[in-house]
Design a protein around this ligand. Structure first.
Ligand code: F0G
Length: 456
């Protein structure tokens, strides 16, 4: 059998630069030990996020040249609308400038003070938009998700019992249920078709709207095809259509699985909901046929939705993440298993158990990895979990992770080798790392973006 190789070749490149350990020590100190504060040229391999950081295709770039910048009714809007109808199955759509903007608009209609929004793990902006409205996100993810060593094909699933228990008691305070596909916070873990179907049935029973946070829906479909019984012979596009058939509405960060640098949208079946959303969209985003996006970007997005739901593309993408996972396995480095769709999540509780949890284990590991090789990851742990909005106490999540998110079509497996060996070097000296970080300044909400830290 021939070895596997990428389903693309490279037409345009962008230089990146190595630096010295001494330079990096200086830069990260100046950045207040917050990786978001680094300049991109201080980073060699940037795994901060897979959001908007991918490489567009030649078809996408050519679609950009055909962008229609008319304020209202641009052909680019109709290209996007048709792509969403054909690929996702929704009749009503509204472009927004990115995913959190879609959340802002939709939640302005649906969420009010005192509400509860259950689902699997909510992404931080999703939770932020819920808590900002003095409502609460209820995490009903299956318990298996917090055991990083446990292999489960659909670790992102909603626990139907937890969801139903909650609804049976508090249904009157629940405006909708939200399922995030894939479950980013739990490690880029997928949700099975069966689980989506079960959640749909529970929503029907309690008369609830079901919303999908769809940033990585195509990666989710790949896992359904390759892991769930009955789907091996279906195309990704068939699987995607079935997935969304269970949802009433969706929010989308197009910066992930639609392979564009900026953009988002809301899609729904109900015209009344669309009308309600349009008020907020016009106030916050822009007129309903562009919502903060340029025509050329809507064109690239329409093509991205099509390409992003092709098997060959997804296989190349997800096998690269798997490749990094396999390299880490060779070195015995603990991460959330199986490897996620868009990222590897290192289990910082297992790597740095000697650091008190109050000193931010995953952030400390992220800083060490940066200093080691100029690789930038991101903390998905205590800093991100933030304080409880009422008690203002730090929240300590069950998982304390360093996420290494792989941009799409951007790095080669040689880069993955550098990441793996850099982590191994840090891992080999983990017993010498006994002190973490302490907060010098933090914002009242979503502190991780701007927090300032110092070494303990
Ligand atoms: N939902 C999920 C599951 C996400 O991962 C993100 C963003 C959003 C919504 C918000 O979308 O960034 O376009 O406003 N995730 C990025 C990340 C930032 O790094 O995981 P956005």
């Amino acid at each position: 059998e021939l070895p596997f190789a990428e389903s693309f070749k490279i037409k345009m490149v962008e230089p990146i630069r190595r630096s010295s350990r001494q330079e990096r020590e200086q830069w990260i100190k100046e950045a207040k030990y917050n990786l978001f504060n680094l300049r991109s040229d201080q980073v060699f391999i940037d795994l901060l996020t897979d959001s908007g950081t991918g490489a567009m295709s030649d078809r996408q770039w050519s679609a950009i040249m055909l962008g229609d910048e008319s304020y209202a009714g641009a052909s680019s809007y109709y290209n996007l609308k048709n792509a969403i109808k054909n690929i996702l199955g929704f009749d009503y759509i509204m472009p927004t400038h990115q995913g959190r903007a879609a959340e802002n608009v939709l939640f302005s209609v649906l969420v009010k003070e005192g509400d509860f929004v259950p689902g699997n793990s909510h992404f931080d902006t999703t939770k932020g938009h819920i808590e900002f409205r003095k409502a609460h996100a209820v995490d009903c993810t299956i318990d298996e998700a917090v055991d990083t060593e446990l292999i489960h094909p659909f670790k992102g699933n909603v626990d139907p019992k937890k969801l139903e228990d909650f609804l049976s008691k508090h249904s009157d305070k629940v405006p909708f249920v939200i399922v995030t596909i894939t479950n980013n916070t739990a490690g880029g873990q997928p949700v099975s078709m069966q689980n989506l179907r079960e959640v749909r049935e529970i929503c029907n029973k309690y008369g609830k709207i079901l919303v999908f946070d769809s940033a990585r829906f195509a990666e989710n479909a790949y896992f359904i095809k390759t892991r769930e019984e009955g789907y091996a012979n279906k195309s990704i596009k068939e699987i995607v259509l079935e997935m969304f058939s269970y949802a009433d509405a969706m929010t989308m960060s197009s910066k992930k699985d639609a392979n564009v640098n900026i953009g988002g949208f809301i899609a729904m079946r109900d015209q009344n909901l669309w009308r309600e959303c349009s008020k907020f969209n016009i106030m916050f985003e822009g007129y309903v046929t562009y919502g903060g996006m340029s025509g050329r970007d809507m064109n690239a997005l329409a093509v991205g939705l099509d390409e992003g739901t092709e098997f060959d593309y997804l296989e190349t993408r997800i096998k690269q993440v798997e490749y990094l996972g396999k390299r880490l396995d060779e070195f015995g480095i603990p991460y959330q298993k199986p490897a996620g769709g868009h990222a590897i999540f290192i289990d910082a509780n297992k790597v740095l158990p000697n650091i008190p949890k109050e000193q931010f284990r995953a952030q400390t590991l992220a800083i060490e990895l940066y200093i080691e090789a100029g690789v930038r990851g991101v903390e998905i742990g205590t800093l991100l979990a933030d304080r409880d909005p009422e008690t203002r106490e730090n929240r300590y999540p069950k998982l304390e992770l360093l996420r290494l998110a792989i941009p799409r079509r951007t790095y080669t497996n040689n880069h993955m080798d550098v990441v793996a060996v850099a982590l191994k070097n840090v891992y080999d000296r983990r017993h010498e790392i006994t002190k973490g970080l302490e907060i010098v300044w933090e914002a009242p909400i979503m502190r991780h973006f701007t927090v300032e830290l110092k070494r303990c």
